[in-house]
Design a protein around this ligand. Structure first.
Ligand code: CDP
Length: 133
């Protein structure tokens, strides 16, 4: 059986990466993630990402490229991550999150927020891109 894809966005803007703190479910609340969600039927990952970021944070984005790799979540689900450009809007925790932050390369290096474990490899790759590496 093919795993269902959860797509998340490494949204980059003016040298910073967007991080969002989950408010649910209880076992994930308080942890930080690259925002995103499950693909709906018939959607491409890019379409799902644009939709999820609009619904959850009220921003318009443009997916740029996939960060190579795929990370297992709960059984039957895998995480894929795209970098994305912020087109418009100021991210607000409208749904599923209670705080958002823009992190600089330096803050990412200093491990400023408690990322979900499964997001860490993609966050590290996004941080490398921010610092031009
Ligand atoms: O919004 P939707 O219900 O489509 O999805 P979600 O609840 O945001 O994410 C589905 C699953 O993927 C959850 O179990 C999240 O913990 C996981 N996830 C993750 O591990 N890392 C992310 N960056 C986004 C979601």
């Amino acid at each position: 059986m093919t795993d269902r894809v959860v797509v998340a966005g490494a949204v980059l803007d003016r040298g910073r990466l967007l991080a969002a703190r989950r408010s649910a479910p209880p076992e994930l609340a308080g942890r930080w993630e690259l925002p995103g969600g499950k693909l709906e039927r018939g959607e491409t990952p890019e379409q799902a990402l644009v939709r999820e970021l609009r619904e959850e944070l009220g921003i318009e984005t443009e997916p740029v490229e996939r960060i190579p790799g795929e990370w297992p979540l709960k059984p039957g689900y895998v995480l894929q991550v795209w970098t994305a450009r912020l087109l418009s809007g100021e991210p607000l925790p409208l749904e599923d999150h209670d705080e958002v932050r823009w992190l600089t390369a330096r803050e990412l290096e200093a491990d400023t927020v408690d990322w979900l474990d499964q997001d860490r490899p993609a966050v590290a790759e996004a941080a490398r891109r921010l610092s031009g590496g």
